[in-house]
Design a protein around this ligand. Structure first.
Ligand SMILES: *Cc1c(COP(=O)(O)O)cnc(C)c1O
Length: 379
């Protein structure tokens, strides 16, 4: 028999209560019953996004919501600044390119967050930049940016701040309105604890001004059409009914726990994971700006990171993620994201120690799990 445990930074495990909701017979979306659900989901999404702005919902993965942000805010020949802290930061550039938007790319060494000062300087050099794109938690490197400091800078300029919070939402602290973040993009299969298939975008009044000017082609992802329907508690097209019903339940769980408690649960799991791998003698990939959502760990010298991933899965049923792009084989990534608790971390760290011993890596067996226990026991 095989029992599997998903410890990847998306998709993440779906709570049983959410799966049961989604197993119920499908209902029609043009009904008062579904309108009630939309209303509740919208209210609870605003709570999780920490915003009063509308949160638009699309039937797409997170990348669809990223594309929607680009084609609704900008036009060909517009200039934007893209802060690239890893693989997902690069995606902003690729999407901009597809729409003829000129991106000034700031490449940050992988594993590090961007110094807000660099963004301030870039905006001085490009005073006509209409937007700054960043990644809250760069899932490929594990680094988390200082969103508040960056928002302080963009708030004083004409540029809107667009944050890819696909893995960050519901894990890393994010106070959209309080910090002055204009556009927050997210997806369903990470911190929100439901399967893949929904993309979200929150849009500030400053960002809506840009939407009015945008000439980029769009149809399904048109923010104006989406907002018009939302104002009538409706959707322009058939929504992903089942996922939205699951989302309603997942959001209720988050609200009951409170967003502050959700953030601290993630921070604590992250802290325990880091303490454990360091105690084992392994090295963190992003020690200076570690995120609350995922911890990439450098593979020990002479060991292929993919082998650790494979063994954890085949022997213990634990799915962690390997490295992406140039980090393939060099790191493995342990998620602490969404429907995960201290117990999941204990299980993963314990199995990791066994796998490393099996691979002949010299570690002090038990040191990692002891460190994790100590962190998790802290009040
Ligand atoms: C997962 C992820 C994406 C891509 O989302 P999809 O749902 O796979 O399209 C983009 N950015 C970040 C930071 C992510 O973690």
């Amino acid at each position: 028999m095989k029992k599997l445990y998903l410890m990847t930074p998306g998709p993440t495990p779906v709570p049983e209560a959410v799966m049961l909701e989604m197993a119920k017979p499908i209902i029609h979306h043009r009904t008062a019953q579904f309108q009630e659900i939309i209303k509740q989901v919208e209210e609870d999404l605003k709570y999780v996004f920490q915003t009063k702005n509308d949160v638009l919902i699309f039937a797409s993965s997170g990348t669809g919501a990223m594309e929607a942000a680009v084609c609704n805010l900008l036009s060909a020949q517009d200039t934007v600044i893209v802060v690239r802290t890893g693989k997902f930061g690069e995606r902003w550039t690729e999407i901009c390119k597809a729409y003829g938007v000129k991106s000034v790319d700031i490449d940050i060494e992988w594993g590090y967050a961007a110094d807000p000062k660099i963004i301030e300087d870039a905006l001085k050099k490009e005073p006509n930049a209409k937007a700054v794109f960043v990644t809250l938690c760069e899932t490929s490197t594990g680094a988390e940016i200082n969103t508040k400091a960056i928002a302080d800078i963009t708030s004083k300029t004409k540029a809107v701040l667009v944050v890819d919070a696909i893995s960050g939402l519901g894990a890393c602290q994010l106070k959209t309105d309080e910090w002055g973040v204009d556009v927050v993009v997210s997806g369903s299969q990470k911190g929100l604890m439901i399967p893949p298939g929904l993309g979200f975008v929150s849009v500030s009044p400053k960002a809506w001004e840009l939407v009015k000017q945008s000439k980029s082609p769009k149809y399904y992802f048109d923010f104006v059409a989406s907002k018009k329907a939302l104002d009538k508690t409706d959707t322009p097209y058939t929504p992903a009914i089942t996922l939205i019903i699951g989302l309603a339940k997942a959001l209720k769980m988050i609200k009951e726990e409170t967003i502050e408690a959700v953030w601290s649960r993630h921070a604590k799991m992250a802290q325990a994971t880091r303490a454990a791998v360091v105690a084992m003698g392994l090295e963190l990939f992003a020690p200076t700006a570690p995120s609350a959502a995922v911890t990439p760990v450098k593979a020990p010298a002479g060991i292929d990171g993919e082998q650790i991933v494979k063994l954890l899965k085949s022997k213990y049923g634990i799915w962690v993620a390997g490295g992406q792009a140039q980090l393939k084989g060099k790191v493995f990534r342990i998620a602490h994201l969404g429907y995960m608790t201290a117990t999941d971390i204990l299980m993963t760290i314990s199995a990791l120690e066994m796998v490393l011993v099996e691979l002949g890596v010299k570690i002090k067996q038990g040191a990692g799990i002891a460190a994790a226990q100590q962190e998790l026991a802290k009040k």
